[in-house]
Design a protein around this ligand. Structure first.
Ligand code: SF4
Ligand code: SF4
Ligand code: SF4
Length: 280
């Protein structure tokens, strides 16, 4: 296993060096070791001599796509796991970034990450959009089922479950920062005119924050698990977003982040749309 990751890292370094030396990109967003902690962290490489700092390991659990929003209009390379390429695909479909501004170094045959439960439910193990592939693509499809804890609960049981779960939330917003979908210029929690939700920690405001955030995820969340990894309280917020993911798939035959040409769920309208709601 170790040698597979060393080989991937070596290939990324070689390709990154070429891209930077030839001026094909201005920077490469990837993973490397933090200077003080030595832990895997996002890094931004602009000189070919620094390409050897780029690494790929099973600890590369942050989603990097969100950083592309900071570099609109200048050619940026990105080291992308398949889920990162799904995030990029959502951004392309929502016209938040331009395809010509990015160069995607995609990792084939992703084996999942060490501490991400969502990987067990991931059936997309090759990049969806890519300019340069690292490793051989996985040929056989993976059969996965996205578990839905809410399916067998009554509305009252769901309410009780989330009241309890969200009561532990300290409103640090690490989940929001980690999630590529949370990319609004001004988040509703930071707005005070109008004020959608109070900033205090309490049952009602916590619940409102999570419910409103989940509504913004419908048809956009790709179930990457980055929000839960970031949460210091271990809150199971994917119980809610997975329910929405399954509803988008089962009711509207829509899975986000698979086709950059396809409009996102809430940007389409059909006369024969089902009247079934997301929270049914
Ligand atoms: S969610 Fe899928 S693509 Fe992303 S790291 Fe996990 S297994 Fe790989
Ligand atoms: S699982 Fe969904 S809500 Fe959580 S970080 Fe990924 S896209 Fe965002
Ligand atoms: S990361 Fe966890 S504790 Fe922080 S706001 Fe999100 S759910 Fe609450």
């Amino acid at each position: 296993m170790e040698s597979k990751y060393s080989e991937i890292s070596k290939n990324i370094q070689e390709e990154a060096k070429k891209l930077l030396s030839q001026g094909k990109v201005e920077r490469i967003i990837g993973f490397g070791r933090g200077v003080f902690t030595g832990e895997i962290t996002p890094i931004f490489v602009t000189e070919p001599e620094r390409a050897e700092e780029l690494l790929f390991t099973p600890e590369c659990d942050m989603m990097l796509a969100k950083y592309l929003l900071d570099y609109k209009g200048s050619k940026t390379g990105i080291v992308a796991k398949p889920c990162d390429t799904r995030a990029i695909t959502v951004y392309l479909a929502e016209e938040l970034i331009k395809r010509e501004d990015i160069f995607i170094i995609g990792i084939n045959d992703c084996e999942g990450l060490e501490e991400n439960d969502a990987c067990e439910e991931c059936g997309v193990r090759n990049p969806v959009v890519v300019d340069l592939e690292i490793g051989q693509p996985r040929e056989e499809e993976i059969e996965v089922e996205i578990a839905d804890e809410l399916e067998d609960m009554s509305p009252e049981e769901r309410f009780e479950y989330f009241q309890k779960e969200f009561s532990r939330c300290i409103r640090c917003y690490a989940c929001r920062e980690a999630c590529f979908v949370c990319a609004c210029d001004e988040c509703f929690v930071d707005s005070n005119q109008p004020q959608w939700v109070g900033s205090s920690i309490g049952k009602r405001d916590n619940f409102t924050f999570h419910l409103m955030r989940a509504m913004h995820m419908a048809g956009r969340c790709i179930n990457c698990g980055a929000c839960e990894i970031a949460c210091p309280e271990g809150i199971n917020m994917r119980a809610l977003t997975k329910h929405l993911y399954r509803a988008a798939r089962d009711v509207f035959q829509f899975e986000p982040g698979l086709n950059p040409e396809e409009k996102t769920l809430f940007a389409t309208y059909r006369l024969d749309d089902s009247e079934q709601g997301f929270l049914d």
